[in-house]
Design a protein around this ligand. Structure first.
Ligand code: ARG
Length: 252
């Protein structure tokens, strides 16, 4: 009897471990391969590590993140570079945020233009930056960008450790076919629909504002989704290209 129970538990564990999410369902990423991946921490965070959102270094003193990450007082944020495990504060560089710009087109009703540009008090000099993707047609079904972040893994990986996952671009039609995505403001011009219709691999809470990277350029930032890694509910990313001019104007 006990043996049977143990076997059942074993099977359950195996099944749970197999359904991996990274980011939900991702793999470990190093800060060497993703030096521009920034943890946008906050002193108000529920996590003792300060984990809060992601961001991306686009100039030595400028980050792009999600506008919806910027609800707290600017003094509570700090950017961390070069720290794959947020629990290990013996490594990496830290800077406060001196200025926040929110894209004027952002609103919480349709979540469009979910972008903020942050200025670092102490530039991360010498760290490779990620260029912006300025071509709208880079977002098309079939390409396979990679998302990076320290967000929830739903048990599929270590918590608060930089993960990455390849998430196929499903094309706008896929997200426009989902009524609740349309109701939440999904728009072909300003969003990227990426992930897996079967679920299991996706960005998740805590990844917001982090980079979606294709061919060495910033294609989008993590914005929203229905749950994480759920079948039929891909990740929604704020697309850089339609906002590139406005963003670049903040980088000078
Ligand atoms: N809004 C979330 C955050 O603040 C990110 C959600 C991404 N969700 C998803 N299923 N791709 O971290």
């Amino acid at each position: 009897m006990l043996k049977r129970a143990a076997v059942l538990v074993g099977i359950l564990l195996a099944v749970t471990a197999g359904a991996k999410p990274v980011v939900v369902g991702g793999t470990l990423a190093s800060v060497t391969e993703a030096p521009w991946a920034i943890a946008l921490n906050n002193t108000q965070s529920a996590a003792s590590s300060g984990r809060y959102c992601g961001a991306v270094l686009v100039e030595p003193d400028k980050l792009v993140t999600a506008a919806h990450c910027m609800d707290e007082d600017v003094s509570t944020y700090y950017a961390v570079q070069g720290r794959a495990d947020l629990g290990d504060d013996s490594v990496g560089r830290v800077s406060a945020i001196s200025k926040v710009w929110i894209h004027p087109g952002y609103n919480t009703k349709d979540n469009r233009y979910d972008f903020a540009v942050l200025t670092l008090s102490k530039p991360f000099t010498g760290v490779p930056v990620l260029p912006l993707e300025t071509r709208a047609r880079a977002d098309r079904a079939g390409v396979v960008p990679t998302v990076y972040g320290w967000g929830d893994t739903q048990g599929t990986g270590p918590d608060e450790t930089l993960q990455k996952a390849a998430v196929p671009d499903l094309g706008d039609k896929t997200c426009l076919a989902n009524q609740s995505y349309v109701a939440n403001g999904y728009a072909a011009v300003t969003n990227v629909c990426a992930g897996y219709l079967k679920g299991a691999i996706d960005a998740c809470q805590g990844d917001s504002g982090g980079p979606l990277v294709l061919n060495g350029r910033l294609l989008g930032v993590v914005s929203w989704g229905e749950g994480c890694a759920q079948p039929g509910e891909p990740g929604v990313y704020a697309q850089i290209a339609p906002a590139a001019k406005a963003l670049q104007a903040q980088l000078r």
